[in-house]
Design a protein around this ligand. Structure first.
Ligand code: EAT
Length: 458
């Protein structure tokens, strides 16, 4: 093995965190992402032209300068904004935590920051949106994480790269500004559970690994147990997410954006991770355009992504983009109802669950397992036309009993051979079917089946 490189600003701890806050985050498995800001008002269109790209990127797509963009503060009245209604929507969805954009790339702050005028305080809405949301979610037992973009299109001292001493001075001022804003957030909202950093990929930020290290320290000093995503971090050599020795920085890997690891990729189970996904193909802020609406995923596709994430030991952060007026669009309410109803009866195979050791990816769906109870769950998301599914058991394992998670009723299965049991599933079902398997170890030494190298990934 290669010698470890001595690092001052690499990973702050070794291996997984195992304190109460982190265990809770891992147990939660399902979070709601909220992107809400000035971009929610034009919702992808400007001067009668619709840009079929991410709504939060409209300033770039439509070439709108920061001063004109800032004019939107006058339109941020949000008459429908109701923090309690947002919190009850998150609860109905079955989300156990919510990550809210405190400041996105456009630099607009949803809390009344004392460090800039470009905040909700300057809008007709006036009140502290972040404060109201933290209060409402927390009251419902939903943990809050705050999203903070380091990239800032509004602040005059932001730089993409440092090519002169003036740039360096400006960017140092910018990093102090961002640091003071983060201190302000952690001080104003001490009961948030974590911070979700974004906009950290530019050369200027990568050249300031020490700053990211200090921010992680400061947040954890102000809020003991605070959870920070890996995207905040760079080391002194500019390595991101993982330091120059390959150790994860921050508390969980947050590099899966609009994508999930492959369902058979067990390597990802070595770390805690969270994937964030959108309902449209590519918009985080609310986009009102018809072409973007055509790309919306079906609620069942999103449900499958949740099951896939849990089967690989990860969390899913599913994004919602409330409209500029503070209301949620009907397609998002559909997602809430479908996922919420399924989780209400099938949540046992999601919350507190992770990968099922030894149970290989079966193609028709996913296996999850509850390490505490020992239960293994088979979740069928692609019901075969035949209605027959085969479960390939790990070595020396026997299925004692199988029940439908939603009803608790026993489900018959046929033992085919040493390593295979077969289920008949309801072909008419449109929702994923979850089965709880009670398994036990066999101590007999059955003959090993022949290994097909194509299946074993050799
Ligand atoms: O706007 C998105 C959203 O907040 C997501 C979690 N990250 C932001 C983002 N910024 C990008 C810049 C370039 C390419 C992809 C990006 N995604």
């Amino acid at each position: 093995m290669a010698e470890a490189i001595p690092l001052m600003y690499g990973a702050q701890s070794e291996g997984r965190r195992d304190d109460e806050t982190m265990r809770r985050f891992r147990h939660d498995r399902f979070g709601q992402f909220i992107h809400w800001g000035l971009y929610s008002i034009p919702a992808g269109s400007w001067n009668g032209v619709t840009y079929d790209y991410a709504a939060e990127f409209l300033p770039q797509s439509a070439g709108i300068g920061p001063a004109r963009w800032a004019g939107l503060v006058d339109d941020f009245a949000a008459p429908e904004f109701d923090p309690e209604a947002w919190a009850s929507l998150a609860a109905d969805l079955g989300a156990r935590y919510v990550t809210v954009t405190a400041k996105h790339h456009d630099g607009f702050c949803l809390w009344p920051s004392s460090l800039t005028d470009f905040t909700v305080a300057a809008t007709p809405r006036g009140r502290d949106v972040i404060g109201e949301l933290v209060h409402a979610y927390t009251a419902r037992g939903i943990a809050v994480h705050l999203y903070y973009s380091v990239l800032d299109w509004h602040h005059p001292d932001w730089r993409y790269a440092i090519s002169s001493s003036q740039d360096e001075e400006a960017f140092d001022r910018y990093l102090s500004y961002a640091g003071e804003q983060l201190r302000e957030l952690a001080t104003r909202y001490p009961n948030v559970r974590g911070f979700w950093f974004d906009g950290t990929w530019d050369e200027s930020v990568k050249a300031n690994g020490r700053w990211s290290w200090e921010i992680e320290c400061m947040l954890k000093r102000l809020i003991p147990g605070a959870i920070v995503n890996s995207r905040l971090r760079a080391d002194e050599h500019g390595a991101r997410h993982r330091d120059s020795n390959g150790a994860l920085m921050g508390d969980y890997f947050s590099g899966f954006e609009r994508r999930l690891p492959d369902p058979w990729d067990r390597t990802v189970t070595a770390e805690d991770w969270e994937a964030c996904v959108t309902i449209p193909q590519n918009s985080w802020g609310y986009h009102a355009g018809a072409e973007v609406a055509r790309t919306h995923k079906h609620p069942l596709e999103l449900l499958e992504q949740l099951v896939q994430a849990v089967s690989l030991g990860g969390n899913l952060l599913l994004n919602f983009g409330p409209r500029g007026d503070g209301s949620f669009a009907p397609f998002e309410k559909d997602v809430v109802h479908t996922l919420g109803a399924w989780l209400e009866t099938n949540g046992a195979c999601i919350y507190g669950c992770g990968p099922a050791d030894g149970w290989d990816y079966p193609g028709w769906g996913y296996y999850t397992a509850d390490a505490e109870t020992g239960a293994v769950y088979a979740v069928v998301t692609r019901i075969p036309v035949s209605g027959a599914i085969a479960l390939q058991l790990p070595e020396r394992t026997r299925v004692r009993n199988a029940t439908a998670v939603a009803t608790g009723r026993p489900v018959p299965f046929a033992v085919r051979d040493d390593r295979t049991v077969r289920f008949e599933v309801d072909r008419a079902s449109v929702i994923p079917l979850a089965f709880a398997l009670e398994v036990e170890q066999r101590d007999d030494t059955a003959e090993q089946p022949e290994v097909n190298p194509d299946l074993a990934g050799i």
